[in-house]
Ligand binder design. Structure first.
Ligand code: GLN
Length: 545
């Protein structure tokens, strides 16, 4: 049996696809280098700058040293393992990475600049064609006066020995350098940010024309290899259990498992009573009838709603109740399934827990946080399933969200589900401010269903990242059918975001909002007013509680 704790997975992408390795020195843009490479269909992974080269379990086609907030010459500044230069593959330093290359050659090469350079700059790209044809390859096909984006305080005070200047800017005489004999390059600007308009072309020059990496990283190429990997890991009889929610990640992961090992994958969905209207039913339908997944749905809504009774002013308590109860139920079911599975001749014990971890979670846990910070290992939720000693299986661990969506599409998952907005684990409980009762759930569900229906009808669903209706714990006065009513208030929320760290309010037309308001007030019993929530994040959060 393969031990995934030790990271010995067969056929990991980094072992079967040409891989560019990014060593992270802590820049806030490092993950973007990885993204840009993937967009070029080149497989790329990031590791912290402290990575020992002798411990690498794959051979990259090339290495990129990222930017970072430190000064290379300061005490305690991070440095790459010098062995990276003996790997015999092309290397490119970006900003701090450039400074690291220069500093290694001579620690007097990097100095504090007179002023910080932050923002746009125009390069002057110079050609060196002649014997060392490789030095010009980084800027091949790019304009001589390329527009770039800079963010640095330090600079090279002189050119490291054996290097030539291939680009300069008003402020940075060494904005681009190349080693005369070896394929080692450095640039002071950031090609990975969109402000550097042709930055992707430069990254492509490095990866394709210099490192000779193949542009074969596609989801269709990934599927086949991933199925093999799962089968090798799980074995002929091993069984896997995993929770599904109807969200993109868990559905794609579940479908992949189904394709790999059929019914030896057991999906479990817990209806916690605070799902969207008809959600449990619809998800069951799609996952079983549509996708053929071996799914057990547990209706535990009473158990959850009973526990939520009386919890009013403490959102954290709601979250804890829901989280803990979910684990309890999942654990009970897992034991049941495991007992039923045990001893059958077609299948062995349940050994694995499926987890829909994505690459951004991995990046977050391994990115370089500072010279003294210890590197967090990715926490193992397998331990949550007490006594079962399950190993984790994370088939989406190397993928970004858009890659998961693409994979989902290729696996035949309906478009509606592939593009579904994220839905929080505690569900409507944190969108119903105050106490969660069956009646409150009904009101929130109905209002939300109308809002969603209209958003989809208007073709707006994919223009926003998340939208929902929340129920406020207040009553207001209204006049309905000439009668004075005292009823509840719904708040609509819709945001646009790329990373969910910051978010803008979606700019609906007033006419659209009025239409929603009319429908909700008319169709949802117990509501007499509808508000549109107009707080961006920060200071607001996307969810209400
Ligand atoms: N800290 C270094 C400087 O200020 C590198 C900055 C960076 O990598 N963006 O020059």
């Amino acid at each position: 049996m393969v031990d995934n704790e030790a990271g010995v997975l067969p056929q990991e992408p980094k072992k079967t696809f040409d891989t560019i390795l990014v060593l992270d020195f802590g820049s806030q843009y490092t993950h973007l280098i990885t993204r840009r490479m993937r967009e070029l269909n080149i497989y790329c992974e990031m590791l912290p700058c402290t990575q020992k080269i002798a411990d690498l379990d794959f051979k990259p086609k090339g290495v990129i040293l990222s930017g970072g907030p430190y000064s290379v010459y300061e005490d305690g500044a991070p440095h790459a393992d010098p062995a990276v230069f003996d790997l015999g593959v092309p290397i490119m330093g970006i900003c701090y990475g450039l400074q690291e290359i220069a500093y290694r050659a001579d620690n007097k090469n990097v100095i504090a600049g007179e002023k910080r350079e932050y923002g746009h700059a125009t390069l002057n790209v110079t050609k060196h064609s002649g014997k060392q044809e490789h030095v010009d390859r980084l800027f091949e096909g790019l304009e001589k006066d390329m527009e770039v984006w800079m963010s640095h305080g330090d600079k090279l005070g002189k050119l490291p020995e054996d290097f030539v200047v291939v680009a300069e800017s008003g402020n940075s005489p060494y904005a681009g350098i190349a080693h005369q004999e070896k394929e080692i390059y450095g640039i002071q600007f950031h090609p990975e940010v969109t402000h550097t308009k042709k930055g992707t072309q430069l990254l492509k020059n490095f990866a394709v024309s210099i490192c000779k990496a193949q542009q074969n990283w596609t989801m269709s190429a990934f599927i086949g290899k991933e199925l093999e990997r799962i089968r090798a890991l799980v074995g002929d009889k091993g069984q896997v259990i995993g929770a599904v929610s109807g969200g993109v990640d868990s559905t794609v992961a579940a479908k992949l498992m189904k394709e790999a090992i059929g019914d030896r994958f057991h999906a479990v969905m817990v209806d916690n009573g605070v799902l969207r209207k008809n959600e449990a039913k619809e998800v069951k339908e799609i996952l079983t009838k549509g996708l053929g997944i071996n799914l057990t749905v547990i209706d535990a809504s009473d158990r959850f709603l009973d526990l939520l009774k009386g919890v009013k002013d403490d959102p954290e308590k709601k979250r804890k109740i829901i989280g803990n109860t979910f684990i309890e139920i999942f654990q009970e079911k897992a034991k049941e399934i495991a007992e039923a599975a045990h001893g059958s001749d077609k299948a062995g014990d349940i050994e694995f827990l499926l987890q829909g971890t994505l690459y951004p979670d991995v990046i977050e846990s391994i990115s370089f946080k500072g010279p003294s910070a210890t590197i967090k290992t990715h926490h193992n939720v397998g331990g949550l399933l007490e006594g079962m000693h399950l190993k984790l299986i994370e088939p989406l661990r190397e993928l970004f969200k858009d890659e998961v969506r693409e994979l989902g599409t290729q696996l035949g998952i309906p478009e509606d589900l592939v593009w579904r907005h994220p839905f929080p684990g505690p569900g409507l409980a944190i969108r119903i401010i105050g106490e969660v009762t069956r009646e409150q759930v009904r009101i929130a569900q109905e209002a939300d269903a109308i809002f969603m229906e209209e958003i989809k009808k208007a073709g707006l669903y994919r223009q926003m990242s998340q939208a929902y209706a929340a129920l406020l714990p207040v009553k207001a006065v209204g006049v309905m059918g000439d009668k004075r009513v005292h009823a509840q208030v719904i708040a609509l929320r819709a945001v646009q975001t790329t990373d969910f760290m910051t978010a803008d309010v979606f700019p609906f037309e007033t006419k659209f909002l009025s239409k929603i308001s009319t429908r909700i007030v008319n169709e949802v019993d117990g509501v007499c007013r509808v508000l549109y929530e107009i707080t961006s994040k920060p200071p607001g959060t996307i969810e209400m509680e």
